[in-house]
Write a protein that binds this ligand. Structure first.
Ligand SMILES: NC(=O)c1ccc[n+]([C@@H]2O[C@H](COP(=O)([O-])OP(=O)(O)OC[C@H]3O[C@@H](n4cnc5c(N)ncnc54)[C@H](OP(=O)(O)O)[C@@H]3O)[C@@H](O)[C@H]2O)c1
Length: 329
């Protein structure tokens, strides 16, 4: 079903051009200097956002992106560039401290992500796990108090959107049953790096579902909506580190099916504007579509895995932020 859904999306569906009005809003986009994040920024600036913060690893590249966005949208003084390296908890914490000065924060697009076939440690974990999973959730959780405060003051619903992938279907993470899954995934002798990106995207979806459960207060209406999505397969720089037969396979797939990044980015903007009905949900082609999730994610086993992995994630985050559970509210 999930594979059919992928093929249908790639060959027959063109996500709608976003029309949501972001007037007055402040939105953070991680990795907004190129690829899907950059094109999402272009839509959001065009759709009247008051302030768009591009959180980027290279400030120079961020300023190049800012110039191009200002030129193509004709809007000045909207985009701001901040340094953020998602492979470093220290950088994430420094960035969040800067965001504490914002008077308003409506949404965070957790888009920055990486693909590699090489095992490298960053922040004591394999780098794909660090960037795509651990620090992505660290950033989302640390921004919660700012999002909540803003939602209260402006009587709005804030949003965190995680850019996951339909490729999560490629792996069912049998390691979830190990007593410590992250420790197993961090073992260079056991790591199947050809699967690692898919594992990271599966983890994003499972952990987003687990986190969403914790953001619903007693009265059942989330103040901060959390959703995840797939943009479909899009041409971008994501797979530029791939090599060998894998790179050839990706190249062929891109030739046959890839969406231009602008088209894929429409789904990111759709998720940001979906509101409370999308809380804890997964979007495909810009619409809520849980049938596009893998059978594993939707199974009882998947539900057990998400809770077990959530506890592991929180224990990892508690090492640098002992207050992390309190921030979840
Ligand atoms: N393209 C697809 O087909 C596809 C499909 C499904 C999901 N996605 C997801 O979409 C998101 C965006 O990917 P893309 O396709 O636009 O790829 P991309 O062109 O490679 O862009 C990735 C972005 O993430 C940033 N990034 C990577 N590592 C970072 C780090 N350590 N700290 C801060 N920023 C970092 C990159 O910054 P630099 O410029 O500094 O490297 C870049 O801005 C990713 O999460 C990806 O997994 C993509």
């Amino acid at each position: 079903m999930a594979t059919l859904s992928f093929l249908r999306s790639q060959f027959f569906v063109t996500p709608r051009i976003p029309t949501h009005d972001f007037s007055g809003q402040t939105i953070i986009i991680t990795g907004g200097n190129r690829g899907l994040g950059f094109e999402a920024a272009r839509h959001i600036v065009r759709l009247n956002a008051a302030r768009v913060i591009l959180a980027v690893r290279s400030v120079d590249s961020g300023h190049d992106a800012k110039r191009e966005l200002e030129m193509s949208t004709g809007r000045q003084d909207v985009i701001e560039i901040y340094k953020l390296d998602m492979s470093s908890q220290e950088s994430v914490q420094r960035f969040v401290a800067q965001m504490g000065a914002l008077d308003r924060l409506d949404a965070v697009l957790l888009n920055a992500g990486m693909y590699t076939q090489d095992f490298v440690l960053k922040d004591n974990h394999e780098s794909t796990l660090t960037v795509n999973v651990i620090n992505t959730f660290l950033l989302g959780i640390l921004l919660l108090p700012i999002l909540r405060r803003s939602a209260q003051v402006f009587k709005s619903v804030a949003c965190i959107t995680i850019v996951a992938s339909d490729r999560h279907v490629m792996n069912n993470l049998p390691e979830w049953r190990e007593s410590n899954t992250f420790r197993v995934l961090n073992d260079p002798n056991k790591a199947a790096m050809s699967q690692r990106y898919y594992v990271s995207k599966l983890l994003q979806i499972l952990l987003a579902r687990a986190m969403a459960r914790r953001l619903v207060p007693g009265d059942g209406r989330p103040v901060v909506v959390l959703n995840s999505l797939t943009p479909g397969y899009c041409s971008s720089g994501l797979l530029s580190n791939a090599y060998g037969l894998t790179a050839f396979g990706f190249w062929l797939l891109a030739k046959a099916t890839a969406r231009p990044p602008e088209v894929g980015a429409r789904t990111l903007v759709a998720a940001l504007s979906k509101g409370a009905e999308s809380h804890g949900k997964y979007l495909n082609d810009g619409e809520i579509d849980e049938t596009a999730l893998s059978p594993f994610v939707r199974s009882k086993e998947g539900a057990l895995a998400q809770e077990k992995l959530w506890e592991e994630l929180i224990e990892i985050l508690e090492r640098s932020r002992p207050d992390i559970r309190l921030l979840l509210g």
